[in-house]
Design a protein around this ligand. Structure first.
Ligand SMILES: [Zn+2]
Length: 100
């Protein structure tokens, strides 16, 4: 399997470290409560289909990526830099907060 790093291009899977589903980008607030933190740490949907996953290009540029991969077929549909994804989410949250 090859993964498309946005900075390096397509690279062999062995250059990457797999962290799991990209739930780390939606971390609860520190005071969200024990139930929210337990869900965040332990619960995963684990359904077949497209899933956003965190991959670290450890043997390449060192970037953290959000890779969209179909868990049933292993087809990789794309990858983006995690820092760009987090910034986009923060901007959306800021925009929502401005409206209320
Ligand atoms: Zn890279």
């Amino acid at each position: 399997m090859r993964l498309p790093c946005p900075l390096c291009g397509e690279r062999d899977l062995r250059e990457f470290y797999y962290q799991g589903a990209a739930v780390s980008l939606t971390r609860p607030d520190p005071d969200a409560g024990a139930d929210a933190w337990a869900d965040y740490v332990h619960l995963r949907e684990n359904l077949p289909g497209d899933l956003e996953e965190m991959w670290h290009h450890a043997q390449g540029c060192g970037a953290w990526l959000v890779v969209t991969r179909n868990t049933a077929t292993h087809v990789v549909k794309g990858a983006k830099l995690a820092m760009d994804t987090k910034r986009a989410d923060t901007k959306r949250a800021d925009t929502k907060g401005a409206r209320t």
